[in-house]
Design a protein around this ligand. Structure first.
Ligand code: AMP
Ligand code: MG
Length: 350
């Protein structure tokens, strides 16, 4: 009995200690979460980025995430003379050894080119330059010039047959601007998760990458800008562990004789796309895919986007057209809170 009593006592004692440790841990964790929320802002990839995270390793995680984003910028920049993309674009047909990141993005871009029937096309850089979108020195090129440049676009002009090497056929140039930030967000989120972060928000301009949920366990509410007035929102989507990536007509454009020319190019015509879509947000777990698709749906227009989204239920979208109609996929309607001029309007399900 004595022995048993002793054992019971020991067990009780252990239980009490465990309980105290658990309470201390909960209290301590909460405290450390409260005191270890960090934020980091910097300029990268032509965008002002703000990364925030909570958790024990938040500061270190954000430091590593910034380093990774900067590393990717150095590889993928189209203007930095030391970048792999710049070297490729000036290689005049010879093979260039490229990093796994560049290889991955070029092959991912090819996959998305395929699934979007060519709407996503990274070989339009010579055309973007001709319109002045790369320098801000905007002009409307001659139609003949655009037709000439269209001949040097196309995926078949990217050669990938040597392992670890890439080559572009003469005069062909690529630009990963429609996909790189989504990949950078995805990679940064991966680092945060490696560091044990379960609550983080990466704001990379029009690209938002959420990591886990808010500290209280509820979803992040990601606002989507009103394409007609950037100071307002059309609504917010409630998400956890997802990317919300927007391509908007307000991002980079110029106006001439009452016509607006935006920076997303229709690969079929070589002209800024005029599909009727003025904002498209793509929501999904693969930020790289979401980024490329936001650009692609913008080119495809509402009807083709509808068919595309019906066939690809792993991503969701919120779309605004130039007649101010708001569309959203079934999955996201329940997570979307319309605001501003859309507060009381119907959302068309796509
Ligand atoms: P985003 O803001 O993600 O929609 O990307 C727009 C950027 O992608 C442009 O500034 C160009 O660098 C590039 N781009 C333009 N048109 C296309 C296109 N049809 N496919 C892929 N990238 C494009
Ligand atoms: Mg994009």
């Amino acid at each position: 009995m004595k022995k048993r009593g002793k054992l019971m006592n020991k067990k009780k004692c252990l239980q009490t200690v465990s309980l105290i440790i658990l309470i201390m841990c909960l209290g301590g964790c909460k405290k450390s979460e409260q005191t270890s929320s960090h934020e980091k802002s910097f300029l990268a990839m032509d965008t002002y980025m703000t990364l925030s995270a909570s958790g024990e390793n938040a500061e270190n995680a954000l430091e590593r995430a910034e380093q990774r984003i900067t590393q990717l910028e150095k590889l993928l920049s189209v203007t930095d003379k030391d970048s792999e993309v710049y070297k490729l674009n000036s290689s005049q047909g010879s093979y260039i050894e490229v990093s796994e990141d560049t290889q991955y993005l070029v092959s991912k871009a090819f996959e998305i080119y395929d699934m979007t029937n060519g709407a996503f096309n990274i070989t339009l850089y010579p055309i973007s330059k001709e319109w002045g979108f790369t320098t801000g020195d905007y002009r409307i090129p001659e139609k003949e010039r655009i037709n000439e440049l269209l001949k040097i676009t196309g995926y078949e002009r990217i050669l990938t047959d040597k392992k670890g090497m890439l080559s572009l056929e003469e005069n062909t140039q690529i630009d990963l601007g429609g996909i790189a930030k989504g990949y950078a967000g995805y990679e940064a989120a991966k680092i945060l998760k490696e560091e044990g972060i379960t609550s983080g928000l990466l704001n990379m301009g029009g690209n938002i990458q959420t990591v886990g949920s808010k500290l209280d366990g509820s979803d992040w509410k990601v606002g989507i800008k009103d394409p007609s007035d950037e100071s307002k929102l059309i609504g917010s989507v409630a998400v956890s562990d997802m990317a919300v990536i927007t391509s908007g007509a307000y991002e980079r454009y110029f106006e001439k004789e009452g016509h607006i020319y935006g920076h997303i190019i229709d690969p079929l015509t070589g002209y800024p796309t005029d599909s009727g879509i003025i904002s498209v947000s793509v929501i999904g777990s693969d930020g790289t895919l979401c980024d490329a698709l936001s650009t692609s749906l913008f080119v495809m227009g509402i009807e083709d986007s509808k068919s595309f989204l019906e066939a690809h239920r792993d991503v969701d979208a919120v779309i605004v057209t130039n007649d101010n109609t708001l569309y959203a996929t079934k999955n996201i309607i329940s997570k979307f809170t319309p605001m501003g001029k859309y507060e009381n309007s119907d959302i068309k399900e796509i």
